[in-house]
Design a protein around this ligand. Structure first.
Ligand code: AMP
Ligand code: MG
Length: 337
C-alpha cells in the first residue's frame, strides 16, 4: 500500500509496508508555501521540541531572507536605495557570497540581482497580481549587474553603483533554510526525518534505514512523473514554471527570470536536482531552468551537479547520466541520459 501526501510540487511517498509512519508530523506555512516537518524514531516530547525549534528557525530565516520583508535582506535593499555601501551581518554575507559564486559559475543565469524584474512582473508577493509589464518599464531596468560583497576586517558590506537594485535570494533561500534544518536535526541526534518546504526537501536517515521515496511532480498534470530514492542528508529541490505564473495568449509567464532579457525563462517546465549541498541544489535548479535543455548537460557539469532532471515545456525529459541511474519514470516520459 502506498500513501501519497502532496505538498507543493514534489510529492513524497511513504511505502507503508517499508517504513513506519512518522512519530510526529507538523504542517506549517513558511517561505510562502505549506511546509511539513516529519520526525521518526524519537520520543514524542523531544519531537515536539525539535519541531518547535525548526518552526521558529524557519520563521526567522524567512523573515531575514525575503527581499521585500522587514528582516535583514529587506533592510539591506532599502538601505541600498540611499547608499552605495551598506554593512551586513555575517549570516546574510555568507548566503550572498554563495549567490554571487553561483552567479559567476552559471555565467549569470543565476543572478541574485533580479529583484527589480521580479517585482515589476508582480512575482515578489503571493498576494500581488502578476501581469505583463510595460516594455518601457522593463527597458528602464539596467541589466542586473554592478553589485559586490566586500569585507573590512570582520565587517561585511554590499557595494553597488546602481541605486534601486533589489537583491533577491528567493532562488536559494529555501535550500539554505533546509541546510539549517539539517544542522538542527543532526545536533538533536534525530535519526530519521524529512523537512519539506513545499516541494524542496531534505531527508535525514541512517545508512541502515531504507531511503525515502520521493516523487517528482508532473509539471503539467496532477501526479508524479518520476520517483527517486533520497539517502540521508540529501536535498531534493525543484524549480518549475507552475509555481508562480500566469498564462496569457497561450504563453506561460512565471517567476524565474532570464536576467539577460528580463522575461521569464522559456521552454523549460521544471528541473529537479538532488545534492548533499542544499544551497547548490536550489541555485542549480533555478539556473538550469533559465539555461534550458540546450545547456542542460554543460551547465550541470559547470555547476558540479551530478543528479539533475529537466522537463521541457513540450514534455521531453532529460537526465544527467548519474540521475538516469537512480530515477524511475512513473509513466511513458521519454528519458535521455
Ligand atoms: P526557485 O523556485 O528556487 O527557482 O526560485 C525562484 C525565485 O528566485 C523567484 O521567485 C525569484 O525570487 C528568484 N529568481 C528568479 N529568477 C532568478 C534568476 N535568474 N536567478 C536567481 N534568482 C532568481
Ligand atoms: Mg532555486
Amino acid at each position: 500500500m502506498t500513501r501519497a501526501l502532496t505538498l507543493g510540487f514534489v510529492v513524497w511517498l511513504l511505502a507503508a509496508c517499508a517504513q513506519p509512519d512518522p512519530v510526529y508530523q507538523r504542517t506549517i506555512y513558511t517561505f510562502g508555501t505549506l511546509a511539513s516537518i516529519s520526525l521518526y524514531d524519537l520520543p514524542r516530547e523531544q519531537a515536539v521540541e525539535t519541531a518547535n525549534e525548526l518552526e521558529r528557525t524557519l520563521a526567522r530565516l524567512n523573515r531575514d531572507w525575503y527581499a521585500w520583508g522587514d528582516g535583514t535582506l529587506g533592510e539591506l535593499n532599502r538601505a541600498l536605495a540611499r547608499s552605495p555601501k551598506v554593512a551586513i551581518d555575517a549570516e546574510l554575507a555568507e548566503l550572498l557570497r554563495r549567490a554571487f559564486e553561483f552567479q559567476s559559475i552559471s555565467q549569470g543565469l543565476f543572478n541574485p540581482a533580479v529583484g527589480e524584474y521580479v517585482e515589476l512582473w508582480g512575482f515578489h508577493d503571493s498576494d500581488a497580481r502578476a501581469s505583463l509589464p510595460d516594455q518601457q518599464d522593463l527597458n528602464a531596468i539596467d541589466s542586473p549587474r554592478g553589485v559586490r560583497l566586500t569585507r573590512e576586517g570582520e565587517q561585511f558590506f554590499i557595494e553597488t553603483d546602481r541605486p534601486g537594485i533589489i537583491l533577491d535570494l528567493g532562488g536559494i533561500a529555501k535550500g539554505a533554510a533546509l541546510g539549517v534544518c539539517r544542522d538542527i536535526l543532526l545536533t538533536a541526534k534525530v535519526q530519521r526525518a524529512l523537512v519539506d518546504l513545499g516541494g524542496d526537501l531534505i531527508v535525514i536517515s541512517d545508512a541502515t534505514d531504507p531511503p525515502f521515496s520521493i516523487g517528482v511532480r508532473d509539471p503539467r498534470a496532477a501526479g508524479v512523473i518520476a520517483v527517486l530514492q533520497a539517502n540521508g542528508g540529501e536535498a531534493v529541490v525543484s524549480s518549475g514554471d507552475y509555481e508562480r505564473f500566469f498564462d496569457q495568449a497561450e504563453e506561460r509567464y512565471h517567476h524565474i527570470i532570464d536576467p539577460e532579457t528580463g522575461y521569464p525563462s522559456v521552454a523549460t517546465a521544471a528541473v529537479t536536482v538532488v545534492d548533499l549541498d542544499p544551497v547548490l541544489a536550489d541555485a542549480a535548479a533555478t539556473a538550469l531552468m533559465v539555461g534550458g535543455s540546450l545547456r542542460f548537460h554543460a551547465l550541470s557539469k559547470l555547476l558540479d551537479v551530478r543528479y539533475a532532471t529537466l522537463i521541457t515545456a513540450d514534455g521531453q525529459v532529460l537526465h544527467t547520466e548519474a540521475m538516469a541511474n537512480r530515477i524511475a519514470l512513473a509513466d511513458s516520459g521519454s528519458g535521455s541520459p
